[in-house]
Write a protein that binds this ligand. Structure first.
Ligand SMILES: Cc1cc2nc3c(=O)[nH]c(=O)nc-3n(C[C@H](O)[C@H](O)[C@H](O)COP(=O)(O)OP(=O)(O)OC[C@H]3O[C@@H](n4cnc5c(N)ncnc54)[C@H](O)[C@@H]3O)c2cc1C
Length: 403
């Protein structure tokens, strides 16, 4: 007889692990989490920014902003007309989705410490968009004007206030727009916390284990095939990140609209505390972690399943960081890496059931915000399993929005 579970989660990055954690709080469910770390998996590559407003206006990644600028220059006819900078603003429901998830982290941090003895190093740092010139100022004003409902998350800093707050930021800067509640944590530890807490709650972990196939009967998914055994389940949750399409094809023969988007990161040697908050510029972002390392990210590259690090892109990030914080020019680089974000056409995750397929749900496509939105994703999937109302309207997250 095959071993049988109520729920099998395929993919154990931050999303699969968060879903396992939230579901495991119900002691009645038997749950298996299956993961094989594939090269470029996103969670281990992440910066750990909890940037609900920054990400929702396209600032979480300086290079996305830069590309928008380049495209706008090209559209304007090659450079004579001044570029019109536009924030890459997401729909309002996405702000709510991100903000609700962000608000869960202080409680989650406390729960992990008190109940499980675990820590993901949540830091209330805020995020500052550093401005160098009038173009940056116009851009920042457009951000503020485009989100009147969220203005209480913003604070303008003039040049003197910025110098007082961030004495190591370049004298070329003219001020900053601060995102007051955009914080950070350690992404590796967040994923470990979800997973270890799930294990303590009774979830069976199948690590270094690949889901090779999905079993089914008619329109119903009934389990998964691993190398040496088949497991049965009542519900399969697809948390395969950038590889989620492989799992949907195994389950019901159709790919998901998920494309791999590479991001590269440069990590500095451990430094004394020189940044009081996370910083974003039109070139890059910087986040000094609790142990003193400064993480400099990130590129946005559509190069397929490619996790290589390349000199040109790393140089761009490093130059952007030195321009913003000049003393970084003499600092050692400790490591560089790349990871693959699971991108969707509208940059919004794909969550919940698929019509015509029983015993199957999606929890994938989290693109740039999977660390931030892992908590609410866990809560949503848990509500769907228990038949209660999810904390947000599910319609814009369903796969059916693409059809
Ligand atoms: C450079 C970079 C910086 C980022 N910075 C941030 C940030 O600051 N804040 C933020 O919120 N987000 C950030 N992100 C995005 C975030 O990392 C992702 O959205 C998130 O990690 C996605 O998690 P996931 O679990 O869906 O995917 P993954 O972490 O890729 O996990 C999927 C897992 O499934 C496994 N898998 C796939 N197929 C199978 C199979 N058949 N059998 C078993 N296992 C399988 C994979 O190997 C992997 O382990 C960043 C991403 C990158 C690349």
């Amino acid at each position: 007889m095959n071993k049988s579970y109520d729920i099998i989660i395929a993919g154990g990055g931050v999303i699969g692990s968060a879903v396992a954690y939230f579901l495991s709080q119900d002691n009645e469910l038997s749950i298996a989490l299956i993961d094989k770390k594939r090269v470029g998996n996103a969670t281990r590559a992440s910066a750990g920014g909890l940037w609900p407003i920054g990400e929702s206006v396209g600032l979480g990644c300086g290079v996305i902003f830069f590309k928008t600028l380049s495209r706008t220059i090209a559209e304007a006819g090659g450079g004579n007309a001044p570029p019109i900078l536009r924030p890459h603003t997401m729909p309002e429901f996405f702000f709510d989705f991100c903000l609700k998830s962000n608000a869960m982290f202080p409680g989650l941090a406390q729960e992990m410490k008190e109940k499980y003895g675990l820590d993901f190093f949540l830091e209330k740092t805020g995020l500052k968009f550093i401005m160098y010139d009038d173009n940056d100022l116009i851009y920042a004003r457009q951000i503020a004007d485009s989100i009147p409902r969220f203005k209480h998350h913003l604070q303008w800093l003039d040049v003197n206030e910025l110098r007082e707050d961030e004495p190591h930021v370049s004298r070329e800067s003219i001020g900053a727009l601060q995102f007051l509640h955009d914080d950070q944590l350690n992404p590796f530890m967040l994923s470990e916390c979800y997973r270890e807490a799930s294990r303590q709650n009774g979830v069976d972990l199948y690590l270094e284990t690949t889901v090779l196939d999905v079993t089914g009967s008619g329109t119903r998914v009934t389990g998964v095939t691993l190398e040496n055994q088949t497991l049965d389940c009542s519900l399969l949750i697809n948390a395969g990140g950038s590889w989620a399409s492989e799992i949907s094809c195994m389950a019901y023969g159709e790919p998901l609209p998920i494309k791999p988007v590479k991001g590269q990161i440069v990590l500095s040697e451990t430094m004394p505390k020189i940044l009081n908050s996370c910083l974003s510029t039109s070139d890059c972002y910087m986040a000094q972690k609790d142990n003193g390392e400064i993480l400099i990210g990130s590129t946005t590259e559509e190069t397929g399943f490619d996790a290589s690090v390349t000199i040109n892109e790393l140089r761009g990030l490093a130059e952007g960081a030195v321009k913003c914080v000049p003393l970084l020019k003499d600092v050692n680089i400790k490591r560089t890496w790349a990871g693959i974000r699971p991108g969707t056409p509208d940059e919004i995750p794909i969550l919940g059931p698929v019509s015509g397929v029983d015993g199957y749900m999606n929890a994938c496509g989290h693109f740039r915000t999977g660390i931030l939105t892992s908590a609410i994703t866990g809560e949503i999937l848990s509500a769907l399993v228990h038949g209660t109302n999810p904390p947000v309207d599910l319609a814009p997250f369903l796969l059916s929005r693409f059809s």
